[in-house]
Design a protein around this ligand. Structure first.
Ligand code: SAH
Ligand code: SF4
Ligand code: F3S
Length: 459
């Protein structure tokens, strides 16, 4: 609001567009974007807006974007184009997330229909940006304020699912030479211990039974507990595990260098901490790891895996891989296949290297051709796929516990997750979403399992 008496200079232009009343958020990229998207939605709902069931019904569409690979970015621009309606009108369009941070004003120049550009550390200011956009001027905010957004966001509300994400750490100081995250998410910050316990409690009160703690380097989380003692992620997990009603705890993504003995021991000592570890290695070649600035080598990575397995023998290991990093030879790539064989993954993600503007690797010599990358990716994925299938097949005949998360495609079918994060399909007319049930695994495919319901454990 402008007050003529205390603003003798140029008054802010009055809004000319209608205030949007129904929003729709689409999140791309990593789980942290999913978390951010949910918090944006909860904030707009707290402001009196409503969530639209579809994009078409919304008068504010937020594209919460990912900048990690070139393809992800191209997707944003094609999505913006598709938001135009048949009658020529369009909703208010906000580009949020990592593309917003990386490209800033450039987005509004390239795509004139964009009304708001807001970075991942500034989205608590969306209500003001919406007001500004109503004046017809693009509203752009890619600040990384010293005071984080978390304190400005409303408390968590009842969740639609029995599982939820909780960002505990954000940003990255590691600067792998291929990666945009240190630039788009900023420096590493850890959220305060007490705030995280409060948010976890609010999630559990709202019906959540499994929490996945999130961070770009989640195991770098550090804080001080209620008694003034310094704590790492294991200390936080220990306290969260005491929350009644919370049944399962997971965390992702970890960096090998922050895999402390305390966290490894937590996998042995804390029942609610699930036996699953996502620990990216990227490459098995020490030469390439060095060029990537990963600050670990193949042997140190395998030594960590070994320690983790001694602490929790049934742990399901997951990882990320990049093929075709500049200078990668056939021998380097074979070292990657070797480390995959040695580590033995239950599940993994693998990508073709994508040169990202502003990262050191984009300017390195000896960029690898698309054809070689395709061929290497295929070989790697065959191996990883076979390992995943074998891991799944090894669970056939076992009895395990499943947290039911969603309806399946077949009549009466429910889908949940095993402790090892496998999707398990079951038919149990007595069970409901959010229940933990005991099942016997009766068959396994490459991507999911079939379970026979034995009994309801907790409702
Ligand atoms: N902080 C996490 C993951 C960040 S991004 C970590 O360090 O493990 C998720 C994954 O995307 C990375 O692990 C990497 O495998 C992949 N990635 C990142 N930048 C990439 C690029 N330029 N090209 C291809 N894949 C990339
Ligand atoms: Fe990117 Fe490396 Fe940081 Fe992971 S650790 S976010 S790959 S710079
Ligand atoms: Fe993508 Fe940003 Fe996540 S670049 S992977 S959305 S941190």
């Amino acid at each position: 609001m402008s007050h003529p008496t205390d603003t003798p200079t140029v008054p802010a232009p009055a809004p000319i567009g209608d205030a949007p009343s129904r929003y729709f958020v689409t999140s791309f990229g990593c789980q942290m974007n999913v978390y951010d998207g949910e918090r944006m939605g909860e904030m707009l709902s707290a402001q009196g807006m409503q969530a639209a069931a579809t994009r078409e019904e919304a008068d504010l569409v937020i594209l919460n974007t990912c900048h990690i690979r070139e393809k992800a970015v191209a997707r944003v621009y094609s999505d913006i184009g598709r938001l135009k309606r048949e009658d020529g009108s369009k909703p208010m369009i906000a580009v949020a997330g990592c593309v917003a941070q990386a490209e800033g004003e450039e987005i509004a120049r390239r795509a004139r229909s964009v009304d708001i550009v807001v970075g991942p550390q500034a989205y608590h200011r969306l209500p003001q940006l919406i007001e500004q956009a109503r004046t017809g001027q693009p509203a752009i905010d890619t600040d990384m304020p010293a005071v984080t957004k978390f304190g400005a966001l409303p408390a968590r509300t009842k969740q639609p699912r029995p599982t939820a994400f909780l960002t505990v750490q954000e940003g990255c100081d590691k600067f792998c030479t291929y990666c945009v995250v240190p630039y788009t998410r900023g420096a590493e910050i850890s959220r305060p211990f007490a705030d995280l316990v409060d948010e976890a409690k609010a999630l559990v009160d709202g019906g959540v039974r499994e929490i996945t703690l999130l961070g770009q380097n989640v195991n770098a989380w550090a804080g001080t507990d209620g008694k003034g003692r310094p704590q790492g992620l294991d200390g936080l997990i220990e306290v969260l595990a005491e929350l009644p009603g919370l049944e399962r705890i997971r965390y992702t993504t970890s960096h090998p260098n922050d895999m402390t003995d305390g966290l490894i021991a937590a996998h042995r000592d804390i029942d609610k901490l699930m036996p699953y570890l996502h620990l990216p290695v990227q490459s098995g070649s020490d030469r390439i790891l060095k060029a990537m600035n990963r600050s670990h080598n193949a042997a140190s990575y395998l030594a960590i895996i070994d320690k983790v397995r001694r602490s929790r023998p049934d742990i399901a290991l997951s990882g990320d891989f990049i093929v075709g990093f500049p200078g990668e030879t056939e021998a380097d790539f074979e070292a990657t296949l070797d480390i995959v064989r040695a580590a033995n993954y239950a599940q993994a993600y693998s990508f073709k290297y994508s040169p990202r503007p502003g990262t050191p690797a984009a300017d390195m010599e000896d960029q690898i051709s698309a054809q070689i990358m395709d061929e290497r990716l295929q070989r790697l994925q065959e191996l990883l796929g076979a390992q995943q299938h074998a891991f799944n097949a090894a669970t056939v005949g076992k009895r395990t516990r499943v947290l039911l998360e969603r309806q399946g495609r077949k009549d009466g079918q429910l889908v949940g997750k095993s402790p090892w994060l496998q999707s398990v399909h079951v038919i149990d007319p007595a069970a409901r979403l959010g229940d933990l049930i005991d099942v016997e695994i009766v068959s396994a495919g490459p991507n999911s399992l079939e379970g026979l319901s034995l009994q309801l454990v907790t409702a």
